[in-house]
Design a protein around this ligand. Structure first.
Ligand code: GLN
Length: 191
């Protein structure tokens, strides 16, 4: 099994560290040629979704990745990665793939003071620490999108088929449970 990590901007190195700890083979997607390599799953890291969306198009990665996600490639989007997956943004125009049937609110907790940590249950994962950094949340999950996490009355995690999107950053907590969940999903998809 091999997992690709989108590495055009943001917290990709931290995700690679998590995969390293789980002993999962991984590589970075930075340019179009990287898509020629085989991979069974994709991680979209946190960062700045507008910049990431722009770079995906400039680097000519957008169309091919969108096609693969629509074709069932397991994908795990965290924070800006969730924004890239969102079918709709309530306070912005679409910046990404738009493959996940949810409405997402960018910078939902405020731009500057919106960083905090909680511990909550994620369905199928267990109780884990959640770090929110200028995070979005999910205002609405449409049919097919199962809510897997919520905090403070807001949805912060969904799963829809092979797509998982979460508002928080598990890669900075030292806890690998969320990544193990995704790796398991990828394993199931190739077995
Ligand atoms: N606020 C960022 C955005 O809208 C997301 C923040 C993050 O990924 N930590 O893209």
């Amino acid at each position: 099994m091999k997992i690709a990590v989108l590495a055009v901007q943001g917290a990709f190195a931290e995700h690679e560290q998590m995969l390293e700890e789980l002993g999962v083979e991984h590589f970075e997607i930075r340019r179009k040629e990287d898509l020629d390599r085989n991979f069974d799953g994709l991680i979209l890291p946190g960062g700045e979704s507008t910049v990431q969306g722009k770079l995906l198009k400039e680097l000519d990665l957008y169309e091919e990745l969108k096609k693969r996600i629509e074709g069932g490639l397991p994908v795990f989007g965290t924070c800006a990665g969730l924004i890239l997956l969102a079918g709709e943004l309530s306070n912005d125009t679409g910046v990404g793939f738009g493959t996940l049937p949810v409405v997402v609110r960018r910078n939902a907790y405020g731009r500057q003071l919106g960083s905090f940590t909680v511990e909550e249950e994620v369905r199928g994962v267990g109780k884990i620490p959640m770090v929110f950094i200028r995070a979005p949340y999910i205002e609405e999950a449409f049919e097919g999108a199962e809510v897997i996490a919520a905090t403070g009355g807001n949805i912060v995690g969904v799963r829809c088929g092979n797509q998982v999107g979460i508002s928080f950053h598990p890669e900075v907590t030292g806890n690998t449970d969320m990544h193990r969940y995704f790796v398991e999903m990828v394993r199931e998809s190739i077995s």
